[in-house]
Design a protein around this ligand. Structure first.
Ligand SMILES: Cc1cc2nc3c(=O)[nH]c(=O)nc-3n(C[C@H](O)[C@H](O)[C@H](O)COP(=O)(O)OP(=O)(O)OC[C@H]3O[C@@H](n4cnc5c(N)ncnc54)[C@H](O)[C@@H]3O)c2cc1C
Length: 446
């Protein structure tokens, strides 16, 4: 079966769901593909607490009443905009509630192939159907971007696993686990694993773990005003007014980042938010977990069911062994790694070290192909690496697509060779009055 729609969103995480809510309101026929909140439900450890503050952990919609605050109120959960931690389970449940209320035209299928034909996108789906669309929005999160240090590449699972590959930590009970990395993911996992009975060591490159400062009660009026709204700031290093001002601009106006030259944007992304552990994890880690500082893994091998790591620390080389090595070594965007996107599209994409160069409307240089979420960070800044960035991305993208849709609606010409030879079903999403990009079945379809 082949069906068609104007716009397809691939990925039903916070970005995809928010974009869909705005497209629905704008009357743009569209489909959203993927299991809702899949990454948060399956690849985050149970018990994990969100690093973002509650006010920066919303999904966004043009209708009032679908915020984290409203979700908490309905479920009689404690809510404050800042200062309390949101468990990942609540965030998943909130996202699923948001979806059930605002995003009805979702198909929980994977896209296995996407190619371009006659100016349209043709998507092969996991349920063996095909969907044709004029526009595609990639909202794929961090999937496929896990970064592995050279010395640990090619080693077998489950001895070496990336932090983005698993949810439940039950397998770690009573095991010797080495966690590599000094950021929030590494430190949060170290705390959770120790608490379920793993023997954990943390290998960090720096002289020590870099803890973010506990937000101070600020005296200055500017600091107080800025601090109230900085989506990136709280919990990150934001105690000085100048870093607060920068955080404020980058959180609220990602367009400011988009206007900067490439070198400056790269510098901000690489140096602005160094890996650190949130202050509220400190008492669960310090004095409880062995932290091996200033270390670099030179070599790793599997010997008799144990991972043996050769570690350099200053001039000293030592060996440690573990049942499992967990790489909390971050993610690096590289759109070329998404194999479901045809080679032809990937070859045409203009990428800067793997990140797409996006227009001010989130469009790539492949006409009709858009990217939102962490993969858009090189164009729109650090906010896009977090849920908070959807506050800007979703309405902005929807306004642009809606404008294009309205302009095209009057004089829509469908190239005959683009019309599928199989039956065509129009998918617009419930309650949408927009036109299909294809004629109704029977009118022009073969
Ligand atoms: C351990 C960890 C903790 C984090 N904590 C926070 C936090 O506290 N606050 C915060 O703001 N950010 C946090 N982040 C960053 C967060 O992951 C991103 O900000 C957020 O998920 C981006 O939302 P998204 O919708 O772009 O991606 P996702 O939520 O990852 O959604 C993308 C979806 O696309 C789906 N998908 C991918 N390929 C396909 C395909 N071919 N077909 C169909 N579907 C597909 C995926 O399955 C996934 O469900 C954290 C990240 C990690 C790794």
């Amino acid at each position: 079966m082949i069906s068609s729609t104007d716009t397809v969103i691939i990925g039903a995480g916070p970005y995809g769901l928010s974009a869909s809510a705005y497209l629905t309101k704008a009357g743009v026929p569209h489909q959203i593909l993927g299991q809702p909140m899949h990454a948060w439900q399956n690849f985050m450890p149970p018990g994990m607490l969100l690093r973002s503050e509650p006010f920066a952990s919303n999904l966004y919609s043009p209708c009032g009443g679908y915020t984290m605050e409203e979700y908490c109120r309905r479920n009689r959960l404690e809510y404050q905009p800042v200062g309390i931690r949101v468990p990942v389970e609540h965030f998943v449940d909130y996202g699923l509630w948001f979806q059930s209320q605002l995003v009805s035209h979702l198909r929980p299928v994977e896209v296995v192939d996407m190619r371009r034909k006659d100016g349209f996108f043709r998507l092969a789906l996991g349920d063996n159907s095909t969907l044709v669309a004029r526009r595609v929005v990639l909202a794929l999160g961090l999937k496929g971007f896990a970064q592995t240090p050279p010395a640990l590449q090619g080693l077998p699972r489950p001895y070496v696993v990336h932090s983005g590959e698993f949810g439940s930590l039950a397998w770690a009970k009573n095991k010797n686990v080495v966690i590599v990395g000094g950021g929030q993911s590494a430190i949060g996992l170290a705390a959770l694993m120790r608490e379920i009975g793993a023997r954990v060591r943390l290998l960090v490159r720096g002289a020590d773990v870099n803890w973010s400062g506990e937000p101070r009660t600020s005296r200055g009026i500017i600091s107080r005003l800025l601090r109230a709204r900085v989506g990136l700031g709280r919990g990150w290093d934001s105690n000085s007014p100048s870093s607060l001002l920068t955080s404020f601009l980058l959180s609220e106006y990602p367009v400011v980042f988009h206007m900067m030259d490439l070198q400056r944007r790269k510098r901000i992304l690489e140096t602005g938010w160094a890996p650190s552990g949130a202050w509220w994890l400190r008492n669960r880690v310090e004095g409880k977990i062995d932290i091996l500082a200033q270390t670099e893994i030179r070599h790793a091998e599997l010997k008799n069911g144990q991972m043996v790591l050769q570690i350099a620390s200053g001039n000293e080389i030592s060996c440690i062994s573990a049942d499992h090595v967990v790489l909390a070594t971050g993610f690096k965007v590289d759109l070329a790694r998404h194999c479901f996107i045809s080679q032809e599209i990937r070859n045409s994409l203009s990428l800067v070290s793997g990140s797409p160069s996006l227009t001010g409307n989130f469009e790539t240089n492949v006409r009709g192909l858009y990217v939102i979420g962490p993969a858009a960070a090189l164009s729109f800044g650090p906010a896009l690496r977090f849920v908070y960035g959807a506050k800007y991305a979703a309405p902005h993208l929807a306004r642009h697509i809606s404008r294009c849709f309205q302009e095209e609606a009057g004089n829509r010409v469908v190239p005959s060779q683009a019309i599928p030879s199989e039956p065509v079903e129009e998918h617009g999403g419930s309650g949408l009055r927009g036109q299909s990009i294809f004629p109704a079945p029977g009118s022009n379809a073969e």
